[in-house]
Design a protein around this ligand. Structure first.
Ligand code: ZN
Length: 302
């Protein structure tokens, strides 16, 4: 492989409904970006590799994958890159590294979708000026990527912040939707929870909009206060489709402020939360940008 110009990197943001793919020279310079509907693994990966072949005909210097879970992300593990048992049909047991190796010898690294979004925000988004922060995504599920000194926090597996216990909002009779815990944070505040509670999707809440926002702000504000007390992030980035609900982030800051009640000195004034809890700097491109950044970190010597 040779490169006349800057080497190209490949990025995959693998989701349950679509795979976003990108080719670029850096986290700020894309050559191409596209998306593919998620089908069975072999077909989906073939489409991804065709995308790469079209936009990087001379090959890629590295590939980064941000994948929906559960997945083994321990590079030292025998099953690194393998999907663990998942309700998503056909994907349990699928291994990204083996699938990609059928097409290219480019080095590949893989991490969770939420860690990848955090990595993207660190590289080029709302966290370029700090090193310890939380990226919480609220969408189909709720997940947190905690970055400590520039690296995702990984201990016995990755954190599962979506499944913490939250007190029930006054007047909320929705039983909760988590198959494991019923009314944990994800069970009460994910996109599907909103849809089931009100009988309609988050974008079409109509007369329920105000109460729905109130409930959502309750659960997220309390959870963010707890995460702040536990992990001491320098900032929290609130990503995912639900976070973009009209007026929600403002109400989340209000609720979090009441919950902390002045105990965290740096956040004692309400207006400090306006820059402490923020939307992603990269919009919906945090994950794919993180995957591109990861690809650069595994680049092959040329
Ligand atoms: Zn749960």
């Amino acid at each position: 492989m040779s490169f006349d110009t800057a080497p190209l990197f490949g990025a995959i943001e693998a989701g349950g409904t679509k795979f976003v793919c990108a080719v670029g020279t850096s986290t700020r310079e894309y050559v191409a970006i596209g998306s593919i509907a998620t089908g069975k693994p072999a077909e989906t990966m073939q489409s991804v590799m065709e995308f790469f072949a079209e936009h990087a005909p001379d090959g890629l210097a590295g590939i980064g994958v941000g994948a929906f879970g559960p997945i083994d992300i321990d590079p030292l593990s025998r099953t690194y890159g393998t999907m663990l048992p998942t309700p998503k049909a056909h994907w349990g047991g699928f291994n990204y590294l083996e699938a990609i190796a059928e097409y290219t010898d480019a080095p590949v690294a893989i991490d969770t979708d939420v860690n990848m979004a955090a990595r993207g925000e660190l590289a080029a988004g709302a966290a370029t000026d700090l090193s310890t922060f939380l990226y919480l995504t609220v969408g189909t599920g709720v997940g947190g990527g905690m970055v400590v000194d520039g690296r995702p926090l990984i201990g016995a597996g990755h954190p599962e912040m979506g499944h913490v216990t939250v007190p029930r909002a006054p007047g909320d009779t929705f039983p909760g939707g988590c198959p494991f815990h019923t009314d944990c944070l994800e069970g009460m505040a994910s996109g599907p929870a909103i849809e089931h509670r009100w009988g309609r999707p988050g974008g079409l809440l109509g007369e329920f909009q105000t109460r729905a926002t109130e409930f959502e702000a309750w659960y997220l504000g309390i959870a963010l206060a707890d995460f702040t007390l536990t992990l001491a992030p320098q900032r929290i980035i609130l990503g995912g489709g639900v976070s973009r609900m009209d007026g929600l982030i403002h109400r989340v800051r209000d609720r979090m402020h009441r919950q902390l009640n002045g105990y965290v000195h740096a956040l004692a004034e309400r207006n400090t939360l306006d820059t402490f809890v923020v939307l992603p700097g990269l919009g919906d491109r945090s994950g794919i940008t993180g995957a591109l950044d990861l690809a650069k970190s595994v680049r092959k010597a040329t």
